[in-house]
Write a protein that binds this ligand. Structure first.
Ligand code: T6T
Length: 388
């Protein structure tokens, strides 16, 4: 007796499986390959270019025990030209809940969301939390679930742990969840503790924090003291930026003397920065982990005439933060790619609705690192966030 395993689920090969001639047929997912190939090509041409360099599409392993099960049989290849399914249309509704607004980062993300929705012919319902706070965003998500007509949710959860229950509720109500910018749990939706979201699309924030503080180390040299302005523990992105900065400091010999939390309030960040820099004239560098901390840090340094005597690396390329870069108050601004996050969030939602099962669980969107030398280069300046 010969046991036979075959690659490729053509109807003829499935015939051999059903007849008992072969015992295993490995089906690839060519429809997913084709769909994602075209979707990413269109994204690229639309200018949203944080595309995964590799998308593994997986297999369905067919045997006589599962070949008649519709969930497995759907992977049997078609032998005629594939029928074209109609587009989803305007009554496919993507709920979009940013982390907070107004925030140039999420304003820019919304541009990507709307560009993809326009391209794919679906509708977006955007609901903005006025504070970056799960007690504000959770009822907004609840209300979207209660509408009963939301087909997918693209959202930036405010807290790694506290945002889990409401997103689980959306998922349990049949709404696929895609997190953009921030994540829940440990962010590893393939193998981690939380697996229900379809994808996490955003920056590698440990890497971003490392880039910022490695740049400070390069300018200041070993032994220099630095200060970190952060938002609030529990936010996935800014926690990871702090972690990345501390890693760079440990690797490259900087001393992190203090971390303050500003609750996403630029005025508070300004007060804290002014107080710390006045009390500690030996602090020679600082890192602010997001738009509002950065804004406060820039203002404090300007007011104290410390430009040049304190090296500053900032996260988030709002127009104000780029103003501080151009004025020489800060030396490095790390721009994320929120428009790419939004665009790819909607592409993922629509692909899923059309039966594509191989959308990546994680898409890293990368950075543009902006300094005084490259800030006017149009290929870099295009990543400066929009404020309306
Ligand atoms: O830094 C971004 C975002 O990545 C973070 O999660 C929250 O703050 C911002 O929106 C900037 O304000």
């Amino acid at each position: 007796m010969v046991i036979v395993a075959l690659f490729d689920a053509s109807e003829e090969n499935i015939g051999y499986l059903k007849a008992g001639t072969v015992s295993l047929v490995i089906a690839q997912k060519p429809a997913d390959m084709g769909y994602l190939g075209i979707a990413y090509a269109v994204a690229y041409l639309d200018g949203y270019q944080s595309l995964p360099k590799r998308v593994p599409t997986g297999y369905a392993v067919l045997t006589k025990d599962n070949v008649d099960n519709p969930d497995d049989a759907k992977y049997i290849y078609t032998s005629n030209t594939a029928e074209v399914k109609p587009a989803l249309g305007k009554d496919f509704i993507v709920g979009f809940v940013p982390g907070v607004n107004p925030d140039p980062f999420y304003i820019t993300m919304a541009k990507g969301v709307n560009a993809a929705a326009g391209r794919l012919g679906v509708t977006v319902v955007q609901q903005d939390p006025p504070k970056f706070d799960v007690t504000v965003s959770a009822p907004i998500v609840e209300a979207l679930i209660a509408r009963g007509d939301i087909d997918a949710l693209v959202t930036a959860p405010n807290d790694k742990e506290q945002s889990i229950p409401v997103l689980q509720k959306a998922y349990d109500a049949g709404i696929p969840v895609i997190t953009v910018d921030t994540f829940i749990g440990d962010g590893d939706y393939a193998n981690g503790e939380i697996k229900f979201p379809l994808s996490y699309i955003g920056s590698d924030n440990v890497q971003g924090g490392y880039i910022a503080c490695a740049a400070l180390a390069e300018k200041l040299g070993k032994g220099a003291k630095i200060y970190i302005q952060n938002v609030r523990p529990g936010i996935s992105t800014t926690d990871q930026r702090e972690e990345g900065c501390k890693k760079a400091a440990a690797d490259l010999g900087l001393e992190v003397v203090r971390v303050d939390y500003n609750e996403n309030d630029a005025n508070k960040a300004q007060e804290q920065t002014a107080a710390v820099l006045t009390a500690n004239p030996d602090i020679k560098g600082m890192f602010a982990t997001n738009t509002f901390g950065a804004l406060g840090a820039g203002a404090a340094i300007d007011n104290a005439n410390l430009s040049g005597s304190v090296e500053v690396a900032l996260f988030d390329a709002s127009e104000e933060n780029i103003g501080y870069l151009k004025a020489g108050t800060v030396s490095l601004v790390i721009a994320q790619k929120p428009a790419d996050m939004g665009y790819l969030g909607v592409v993922t939602a629509v692909a899923n609705a059309r039966g594509v099962v191989s959308t990546p669980k994680r898409i890293g969107t990368g950075y543009a690192v902006i300094n005084a030398q490259n800030v006017d280069d149009p290929e870099i300046a295009k990543f400066i966030y929009k404020s309306n």
